[in-house]
Design a protein around this ligand. Structure first.
Ligand code: C5P
Length: 222
């Protein structure tokens, strides 16, 4: 049977977004990337000069900021549009200052709690592929299909560097590698491999290949 809720967890640049999009398109589900919420909060906090060590202030900001994630309605190459209090912040979410600070923001338990209900609500609606770090274990423990993607930090850095360069950001492989290594270390405390998750290494595999493997596996299990 087709799973109504699919959780994809794993470290940065392990292939969650690409796989998530493929699965969502395949089933006609929505794709929700929870990293966007943490990035959006970080962006707004930086803009309002909120102290990133102040968990209470960040949690309050999370509660008082109106975040909207809109599915693409026009063919502009976006997977979604992110609004904070009505302002389009989709591209700034990928900027270096957000990338540098997001893990510190996401590490606060009060911040995670403040963003938990939003994620759970989206999960409850069903027909969703949700990607993150703690989706299968914390946000949607009842998800019918849980996938944990992994890949070596070197391969992930290569992918991310290519992606950023293609988008016009001049950043070297070594810089990306250093950033991912640093982010992995902070994120580790909130990255979970759920007991009932299928673990897939994406090293040397294309997203289509991983997608096929999962579809085949589901065919066998159905
Ligand atoms: O997935 P992405 O790289 O966009 O996530 C950005 C950051 O948000 C991660 O490095 C992590 O600190 C945080 N995050 C999280 N839990 C999630 C998704 C993202 O802590 N479920």
């Amino acid at each position: 049977t087709t799973p109504h809720t699919i959780a994809i967890d794993g470290p940065a640049a392990s292939g969650k977004s690409t796989l998530g999009k493929l699965l969502a398109d395949h089933f006609g589900y929505i794709y929700f990337d929870t990293g966007v919420l943490y990035r959006a909060l970080t962006y707004v906090a930086l803009e309002q000069a909120v102290d990133l060590a102040n968990a209470a202030a960040l949690a309050k900001l999370a509660q008082t900021t109106n975040f909207d994630v809109l599915a693409p309605s026009i063919a502009d190459g976006r997977q979604y549009t992110v609004l904070a209090n009505g302002n389009d912040i989709t591209w700034p979410l990928r900027a270096a200052n957000v990338e540098r600070n997001v893990s510190q923001v996401a590490a606060h338990p009060a911040v995670r709690e403040a963003l938990r209900d939003t994620q759970r609500q989206i999960g409850k609606a069903g027909h969703v592929v949700m990607a993150g770090r703690d989706i299968g274990a914390v946000i949607m423990p009842d998800a019918q299909l849980k996938i944990y993607l992994d890949a070596s930090v070197e391969e992930r850095a290569q992918r991310r560097a290519q992606e950023l360069n293609a988008r016009g950001r001049a950043i070297s492989y070594n810089e990306v590698l250093a950033d991912l290594t640093r982010r992995d270390a902070i994120d580790a405390a909130n990255t979970f491999l759920a007991a009932d998750a299928i673990t897939i290494s994406t090293d040397g595999r294309s997203p289509e290949d991983v997608f096929q493997a999962i579809v085949n596996l589901m065919g066998v299990e159905a």
